[in-house]
Design a protein. Structure first.
Length: 231
């Protein structure tokens, strides 16, 4: 490869991705040191760092301080319109989705219980708390709350294989700004990971009957929108 000097981060990304492909690296494999990789690619270390950071931001690799850069699991795809109805998400057709129930929240996450109880305008009949994984990669900590009315009308609403047409939902997505050691431990995140909050309010007419609150690892999931109505 000819000697290169300073490159745009997008060019470095391409070279690093090519290196990953040519050397058949898999999730969890470590990239060579910055010095070795810069020499291998024929670029300056400052250019390399810029490209590596771009790949970290995209969720392709993650960094461990003092250890190096490692290849992430491929990003999972989730459809925003069916985010809180995973069994209705066609993006999971060829993926392994699992939800592991949690009994209790750590002390520093008890605020979530209060938030959920205030989120339903009627009495809360059922609360489910669980860790979601896609292809054995933890992607979110999710809590679903159902009112008594919802439990009477729908059996396991959030496990439905289709979204009932009579229901409407509002959705808010934002950066999660309350990081904690418990969150990092539960989601097995690294310093380079980004966290998002997705809150879905479910309505029957004007009445809010259910709520889903999810803390999602944004660097492990691609959230896609669709103009098609869920079936």
């Amino acid at each position: 490869m000819p000697k290169l000097f300073n490159l745009l981060s997008s060019d470095v990304e391409e070279y690093v991705l090519q290196y990953i492909d040519e050397h058949h690296l898999e999730a969890g494999d470590r990239l060579p040191t910055e010095r070795a990789l810069a020499e291998e690619l024929g670029i300056t270390r400052s250019s390399l760092r810029s490209g590596l950071q771009a790949l970290v931001d995209q969720g392709v690799i993650f960094s461990k301080q003092g250890s190096g850069s490692y290849l992430c699991q491929p990003k999972a795809i989730r459809t925003l319109a069916t985010y809180c109805f995973p069994h209705a998400d066609k993006a999971f057709a060829n993926a392994c989705y699992t939800a592991r129930a949690l009994r209790d929240l750590p002390v520093d996450l008890r605020w979530l219980t209060d938030h959920l109880s205030l989120g339903i305008e009627s009495d809360v009949a059922k609360t489910d708390l669980f860790l979601e994984s896609i292809n054995n990669n933890i992607v979110s900590l999710t809590a679903n709350v159902l009112s008594t009315h919802a439990c009477m009308l729908y059996s396991d609403l959030f496990k439905s294989t289709h979204v009932p047409r009579e229901l409407t939902q509002t959705q808010k997505v934002r950066i999660f700004d309350r990081p904690s050691e418990s969150i990092s431990h539960l989601l097995k995140t690294h310093a380079s990971d980004t966290l998002l909050v997705l809150q879905n309010n479910i309505y029957l007419g004007e009445r809010k009957i259910a709520l889903s609150y999810s803390i999602c690892v944004g660097t492990r999931v691609s959230l896609v929108s669709t103009t098609a109505l869920p079936e």
